[in-house]
Design a protein around this ligand. Structure first.
Ligand code: ADP
Ligand code: MG
Length: 460
């Protein structure tokens, strides 16, 4: 690390305290200092903005202390080089793990049966799938399956929470396979539809037709397989279909909301069968991936609404605040565009807040009083017990007031409840604390900033 930067870091740490330092400064990666400009790499533009607005003066001041006449800070963010490489490596790893199912001679001749595949969404292609750390493995595996060739992992089992892209990846496999070879017999359907077909076949005594149909495909994709948990005869039929296809070297792709072993009501033999191939999960999105997805959706939306501008910082705000699933993220952007085109003005923070109030509220993380007490005492270098003690000295009482203020503004707990949690204090003490901090926030910038930082940490 650069010697000057090392010293500046030490000064910052001392000046800002460990809490603030770890929260913000530790994400700065010094790149260089040239002609009065210091350049850093940061993980996101949100962090860059925050540091720029709140800490640029102090950072510059400390560089000057080091004898460097710094007048500008510059931030680079986004993917570091090398991430592409990692992605390629993980794809390699998968190849090594490939299991050894070899295609036997295929003895099925029923290729003239019409396949009742569910319609595929045109938008769910690989082109439109944004890859980030949380989904890179699932994406690489799906790509590999779509590339065809000898069957490498069978089945491919994709699992993960709602709206993380399982269906999107399955459709993408289907599209790409179709492009590669239009004659591929592909059947994509939900587990629910599988059951529906099965029940119909039973009812109309056409099990033969059912079996023939499902055994005639080259690729079978069953979405949301957790649906057949607890449905015994459907499971049974699914198991036989599965075995027959695997035996003939046909590719199977399955998705579920959980890992095979965690699906209650699924027979053990099926669980172990499902875990035979490659099981990969889609992790919850992180900030970077959400921002990437939003950026790619904006490109698409801006073609539909050419006149509409999005102020800078909006996407970062959404990626920061909406941490649930991608569907909600996508929906919020669509709604913003619709709203903006109605009222005919640029999308800014106020509009976003107003138009997405319901979504933002739901996404708000539930903060607990315990967390508040813990974070505030960490921030001020106190023990948690100080917060609830009877001590009245200023070093303790001011942070305690801050904590009470945060408890009132960030949780829905009543005043008496908050009082109780702070060592059995009266609710009037809480009222007093809240008032005091509200006043101070206008008079004392230091306090205002501390409260803001704590709030952000708690809501992150
Ligand atoms: P799941 O089947 O896991 O519940 P979906 O595949 O239906 O989720 O995804 C929900 C929505 O989010 C879809 O519109 C999909 O296109 C979008 N989506 C999810 N992940 C991504 C991604 N990585 N890149 C682009 N869009 C995504
Ligand atoms: Mg789905």
């Amino acid at each position: 690390m650069d010697k000057n930067w090392q010293n500046v870091r030490a000064l910052l740490q001392k000046e800002l305290g460990a809490g603030v330092f770890n929260n913000w400064m530790s994400s700065l990666h010094y790149i260089n200092c040239e002609e009065g400009k210091v350049t850093f790499h940061v993980p996101s533009s949100f962090i860059a903005n925050w540091i720029e607005t709140n800490y640029s003066e102090i950072i510059k001041k400390f560089f000057r202390k080091e004898g460097l006449n710094v007048d500008t800070l510059s931030f680079e963010f986004g993917n570091k080089q090398g991430e592409q490489k990692e992605l390629e490596n993980s794809a390699e790893e998968i190849t090594l793990k490939r299991d050894k199912v070899l295609s036997k001679a295929i003895s099925i001749n029923s290729t003239d049966i019409e396949l009742p595949s569910s319609p595929l969404d045109k938008r769910f292609t690989f082109d439109r799938f944004v890859v980030g750390k949380p989904n890179e493995l699932a994406h690489a595996a799906a790509r590999r399956v779509a590339d065809g060739g000898s069957v490498t992992f069978n089945p491919l089992f994709l699992y993960g929470g709602v709206g993380l892209g399982k269906t999107h990846l399955m459709h993408a496999i289907a599209w790409q396979t179709k492009n590669r070879n239009p004659n591929t017999r592909m059947l994509y359907l939900s587990a629910e539809q599988f059951m529906y077909r099965f029940v119909q076949a039973l009812r109309f005594k056409d099990m033969h037709g059912f079996k023939e149909l499902f055994r005639s495909v080259d690729i079978l994709m069953v979405d949301d397989v957790q649906f057949i948990a607890g449905k015994e005869s459907t499971q049974d039929e699914f198991f036989h279909t599965f075995n027959a296809l695997v035996e003939h070297g046909k590719q199977i792709v399955i998705s579920a909301d959980r890992a095979p072993g965690e699906i209650d009501g699924l027979e053990d033999r099926i669980k172990s069968r499902l875990a035979w191939g490659l099981v990969v999960d889609l992790h919850p999105t992180d900030y970077e991936l959400r921002l990437g997805i939003l950026q790619s959706k904006v490109e698409i939306q801006s073609k539909l609404h050419p006149g509409i501008q999005i102020s800078s910082g909006i996407l970062e705000f959404l990626a920061h605040r909406i941490s649930s699933n991608v569907r909600v993220l996508e929906g919020s952007l669509t709604r913003l565009y619709a709203y903006a085109s109605l009222v005919g003005r640029e999308v800014d923070i106020d509009m976003a807040q107003e138009c997405l109030a319901d979504i933002l509220r739901i996404s708000e993380r539930k903060v607990t009083i315990d967390e508040i007490i813990r974070k505030v005492s960490e921030h001020y270098n106190l023990r948690m017990s100080d917060m609830i003690s009877a001590r009245r000295s200023r070093v303790v009482s001011r942070p305690r007031q801050v904590a009470m203020f945060l408890a009132k503004t960030l949780t829905s707990k009543s005043l008496p409840e908050i009082g109780r949690r702070f060592g059995g204090r009266d609710h009037t003490t809480v009222i007093h604390a809240v008032k005091r901090i509200e006043d101070l926030k206008y008079k004392d910038l230091q306090i205002a900033e501390e409260v803001e930082i704590l709030r952000r940490m708690l809501e992150a």
